[in-house]
Structure formats: C-alpha cells, structure tokens
Design a protein around this ligand. Structure first.
Ligand SMILES: [Zn+2]
Length: 160
C-alpha cells in the first residue's frame, strides 16, 4: 500500500490510547468519546474512515477493524501490521492529542512556551495549530520513537 493511500481511521471510546499512538505514528485518527460506536461508524463512513472498535456488535460490519486485544502494544502492532503502515515513516507529524497536522515553528517563537532546558538543547520545533502544543524531537519522544521502531515488521534482512 503506497503511503499516500494510508487509510484514515476513527477510534471508538475504548481505544483512545490506541488513537493517540497511531497519531504519533502519523496516522489520521479521529476519536470522540462522546459518541457511541454506531454513531461513530456513521461518521466514519461519511468521512471514508475505517472504524477501529472493541465493540463485538460491530465486528461483522463493513469498514470496521475489530480490535481483539486489550493490550495497547498488541493493538498497535495489529493495526499497523494489518494496514501495512510503517510506524516510523511519518512519525511525529501529527498532534497526538487532537489529530491536527503539525507545522514547523520558528525557534524564537517558542522561547517562552517550552521549558528553558528544552529551548536551550533543541533547534527544531513543531506546533499543533489546533491546540498549540509544542513538539520537539528527542526527550519524551525518544521513548516513543523506540517503541514505534519496535513495531516495524521484521523484514529486509539487513547486513547486521
Ligand atoms: Zn493538538
């Protein structure tokens, strides 16, 4: 599946953490814990999204990916694997909180919006234009990057 055909998703209220992690991997995932599964499925179909759900009543519906596991890492691995999404290719391009695409922001503009040690030790910053959250490489993202890296399918047998 080409990267520009990466499916878009809607995550049900039992999968809010999975939604945040898929966003960290760059996937477009809406999640709204104020609407029930059937309501979300209607919205997902209108917006041409695949519904990710733990709701057994919806598992046979079309445009639905039933998430079997209750374990976050297994859920993440399952979705990434099923839809052949490379979790590192577009990592950290989307806000994990609100799904908006991040935009690069001038370093000078974030000087008072991030901790001083972060400002002092980083050159590149990105901003969520929806919620205003500032992202920067490394630090807390390092741990996340390691986990996303571990989700990559074992393939291409490298030389080492
Ligand atoms: Zn945001």
């Amino acid at each position: 599946m080409a990267s520009d055909e990466t499916p878009r998703f809607a995550a049900d209220r039992m999968l809010m953490r999975l939604a945040r992690w898929l966003r960290l991997a760059g996937a477009d995932v809406i999640a709204d814990d104020s609407i029930d599964g059937a309501g979300l499925l209607r919205r997902a179909r209108i917006e041409n999204r695949i519904l990710l759900t733990r709701d057994k009543r919806l598992r046979t519906a079309s445009d639905v990916f039933f998430v079997e596991s209750n374990d976050l890492r297994e859920q993440l691995r399952g979705v990434l694997g099923h839809f052949a999404i490379d979790p590192t290719a577009h990592a950290f391009t989307r806000c994990s909180r609100c799904n908006a695409v991040l935009a690069p922001v001038e370093r000078e503009l974030v000087s008072r919006r991030v901790p001083p040690y972060v400002f002092a030790s980083h050159d590149r910053f990105a901003e969520c234009l929806s919620c205003g959250r500032i992202y920067w490489p490394e630090t807390h993202q390092n741990r996340i990057a390691v986990i996303l890296e571990s989700m990559k399918p074992l393939s291409h047998g490298g030389t080492k």
